[in-house]
Design a protein around this ligand. Structure first.
Ligand SMILES: [Zn+2]
Length: 380
């Protein structure tokens, strides 16, 4: 007994020594941020690196081979980062201690069941990868665009088909709906969530029918308010193909002059898988103060446990951050993230629409904190 216990301790010591060595090797050279957490990519990268930081969605690695020897498609998903860029911690309570009844009146309108209905309709369109538009004009991607544009119309909007790429059988487009403030030069707030998926049949429920449903639910509720900011609702396409729709949207808004009026942007990508109530609010370091304020709103208006994370990567908030606009991603806690991420099993079952509804409440509270919203006389 004793001997085996001793030898157990000894092998533990050996293991520690080996790990220590491995770590010493690993700490030389720069740290790289993983800009994809696709399971196949993670498998590849694990063969040539060791993880030196993994908190929430932020994973840093050190390479065990020179960067120049890495295949280009893998290298494209790595970004060298300095330690100062990296932050991940629970948000603090803000100075406001009591919720504003006017904001509560808005957030009370969010309904988990309606969110689930929108997400279900988007999920059941079939295969939603933008590449499906190469195959058929009746693909799931096209059906999802049609469904979203139709829903915006029902809510009283005139949706724009913001098309940016011709596919073989169809066009790849973002669907954009606007609520104009009515005065020229008004500032604007942009809300975005991608509607495409990695392309499994009737899947991509959490990634990201949930976020696109969040955009629709916010548009539905805000249709009942006059706003002193323009509100721009974007369901982006092609996110899974290099954030194509998000970049196209930023480019087109820049060309029209609208982008310079966007004072805030909010991204929802994967908002319906909940294990521990934690919400990640991800941005870049220069907007940490903005993210702190968002975290404080989460503590005031929701049951969420907000965590702030930097740097930003891999979703539709990135093009707007690169344009210098304060932007954050609201996303489920990555430390206990959806095991069906980018898999055929990303279905509607096992998702939490109460949790998703709280994320939508937070994003509405943020808009209510930045824009003056006045209820319109209720329609008969
Ligand atoms: Zn996504």
């Amino acid at each position: 007994m004793k001997l085996s216990a001793l030898s157990g301790v000894f092998s533990l010591l050996l293991l520690y020594a080996a790990l220590g060595c491995a770590q010493q090797q690993a700490v030389s050279g720069p740290s790289y941020l993983l800009m994809s957490q696709d399971p196949a990519f993670l498998e590849e990268i694990s063969k040539i690196s060791s993880t030196v930081y993994s908190v929430g969605r932020t994973r840093l690695i050190k390479l065990s081979i020179p960067f120049s020897q890495i295949p280009t498609e893998i290298a494209a998903k790595l970004r060298e980062v300095s330690p100062e860029e990296v932050y991940n911690a629970p948000a603090a309570q803000g100075p406001e201690k009591t919720a504003d009844p006017a904001v509560l009146a808005i957030t009370a309108k969010v309904a988990g069941a309606r969110l689930m209905g929108y997400a279900d309709s988007i999920t059941m369109t079939g295969k939603r990868s933008a590449a499906q538009l190469d195959i058929s004009a009746a693909s799931g991607n096209r059906l999802a665009m049609n469904y979203i544009a139709g829903t915006f119309k029902e809510l009283g909007y005139e949706p724009e088909w913001q098309c940016y790429k011709s596919r073989k059988a169809d066009k790849e487009c973002n669907i954009v709906a606007r609520r104009k403030a009515g005065q020229s030069g008004a500032k604007a707030i942009l809300v975005i969530g991608h509607m495409d998926s990695t392309g499994y049949e009737n899947a991509g429920a959490d990634d990201n029918a949930s976020g696109a449903a969040g955009v629709l639910e916010m548009a539905r509720i805000l249709a009942g308010y006059k706003s002193d900011h323009d509100l721009i609702f974007v369901t982006a396409n092609g996110e899974e193909n290099g954030i194509a729709g998000g970049y196209a949207c930023a480019r087109k808004l820049k060309e029209s002059g609208e982008l310079s009026r966007v004072s805030w942007a909010i991204n929802m990508d994967m908002i319906s898988w909940n294990k521990d109530g934690v919400l990640e609010i991800e941005t870049n370091k220069e907007f940490l103060a903005h993210a702190d304020w968002v975290g404080a709103q989460a503590r005031l208006y929701t049951k969420l446990e907000p965590h702030i994370a930097t740097p930003a990567w891999g979703s539709d908030h990135v093009p707007f951050l690169e344009a210098g606009i304060p932007t954050y991603l609201s996303i489920e806690h990555w430390e206990s993230h959806n095991p069906c991420y980018h898999k055929a099993c990303d279905k509607m079952a096992a998702l939490s629409w109460d949790y998703a509804a709280d994320i939508v409440r937070l994003n509405l509270a943020v808009i209510a904190g930045k824009a003056r919203l006045t209820p319109l006389a209720s329609k008969p």
